[in-house]
Design a protein. Sequence first.
Length: 209
Amino acid sequence: MMKKWLALMGLVTVCLLPVTAHAETADQMVRQTSREVLDIIKKENGKNTARIRAEVETAAVPKFDFTRMTALAIGRGWRQATPEQQVQLTEQFRTLLVRTYAATMVRFKNARIDVSDNVVLSAEGREAIVRTSVVAGGADGSKPVQVDYTLYKTPAGWKVYNVSVEGASLVTVYRSNFTEILSQSGVDGLLQSLRDKNAQLAARNGGTS
């Protein structure tokens, strides 16, 4: 389940690459950046994962609140970590997500992403859920995959802090795994687990760091 979910996330989350400064709404941001990221994937044609990862890491990181995502994924264990450990956990979790996306997104160069105009806004208008439908493309008859982005508004624009694929939340999927590691090995054990996963992904993709 985790592997299938992460493979889908390899496409859908990188759709939050940068947009013009004039994007005013959450759905506009998702719609515009979807076009940009698909153009990048098609241009590279799945032949240069290292270059794609570099573009993703440079451009996508500002569109996500990785500190908030990490805290939500870790849950109560976040408060057990020191400020220095929290910084390290955030860096390792961010690296894990970016490397996972880079390792899988080249498989979806023919995808189409349809963004719904029906954005779910909070009462204050500070948070939003943007619903999208991802069609992988090709001749395999794959059904569209529903992807929901949860964002909140900042002075710098909308930032993503959770993504759900077919109702499976990123932070919830990781939380169950992180909670188990924390209960057995503590914060240091979770940090080491994340470092090990990142090293494995780097080795699998030609040793890129």
